[in-house]
Design a protein around this ligand. Structure first.
Ligand SMILES: Nc1ncnc2c1ncn2[C@@H]1O[C@H](COP(=O)(O)OP(=O)(O)OP(=O)(O)O)[C@@H](O)[C@H]1O
Ligand SMILES: C=C(C)CCOP(=O)(O)O
Length: 250
């Protein structure tokens, strides 16, 4: 089982609100379709927001911890992510990938401590039936806070754990985690290894950018890779491009 996140910053045009990067999304869809044609089985796709979702959430003052009870704001933020989900699935369907939507707002929630609960039975069953579920960063019901943002990275972490993923890939707009000289760091085994260079996103981003990504992946038992779009095909073929987030015995 592979859990793959298509970073919002990789598949959208960050400079323009609610604009897909058509070429980038097409190339991601090509890589996925080719890998399935080559025999890959068991793929779950999660995509982030990029120029969708983040600015809507930011305008409404909503983040992973600051919630809203304003139904118009919820419609706006969730609606933007559904729109992007439609674009992603369309590009996959055009290439005969059996992509189906799974919207976290309808299934997941956070408890009063902000802990995420995401049922994964439907995702597992869909994969078993030959589908490619396509989830997305979203809003979720949050006890005591209304609705808060859940990032695609958090969804990846939960799915990877519950579905016992063999491989986890985060395809972003950068070729990996970069050091002070903008060189890709091959391996990160502890947050301290890269704490000095881990920052937020350059774009409007309510979910914490690269630092949050590395933190979420370090908590997992399986190894994960962070890489750029140009390495998606290699990752799906079994290679470990970009930065590998290694696991520590727990
Ligand atoms: N050390 C670092 N190495 C690489 N990128 C970094 C680093 N520190 C901060 N960043 C920022 O993190 C961004 C990647 O995180 P971001 O959350 O934007 O990615 P994404 O998952 O592709 O997008 P989204 O969150 O919209 O789904 C990079 O574009 C860069 O601006
Ligand atoms: C901003 C929203 C609603 C989702 C963000 O998901 P992410 O881009 O994976 O952090």
């Amino acid at each position: 089982m592979i859990v793959l996140k298509l970073g919002g910053s990789a598949i959208t045009d960050k400079e323009r609100p609610e604009t897909v990067d058509g070429e980038a999304l097409a190339s991601a869809a090509d890589a996925i379709s080719n890998a399935l044609d080559d025999g890959l089985e068991g793929l779950v796709v999660v995509h982030g927001g990029g120029s969708f979702g983040h600015h809507n959430a930011s305008e409404h003052g909503v983040s992973t911890t600051e919630g809203t009870r304003d139904v118009a704001a919820i419609g706006d933020i969730h609606g933007a992510m559904r729109t992007l989900n439609g674009f992603v699935r369309k590009r996959l369907l055009e290439r005969d990938v059996s992509a189906v939507p799974v919207h976290p707002f309808s299934a997941a929630h956070r408890d009063g401590n902000g802990r995420l609960a995401l049922p994964t039975g439907q995702v597992e069953t869909l994969v078993g039936e030959g589908f490619v579920p396509v989830l997305h960063g979203d809003l979720v019901a949050h006890a005591g806070a209304g609705a808060t943002v859940v990032s695609g990275d958090e969804l990846v972490a939960t799915l990877a754990r519950d579905l016992e993923a063999d491989r986890i890939g985060l395809c972003s707009t950068v070729p990996g985690v970069l050091d002070e000289s903008d060189e890709v760091i091959d391996e990160i085994a502890a947050f301290e290894d890269a704490a000095g260079v881990l920052g937020e996103s350059d774009a409007t981003d309510v979910t914490g950018g690269m630092a949050a990504k590395v933190r979420a992946l370090l908590a997992l038992e399986a190894e994960a890779s962070i890489f750029g779009l140009e390495d998606l095909e290699a990752f799906l073929a079994g290679e470990e491009p970009g930065t590998t987030i290694t696991t520590v015995e727990q």
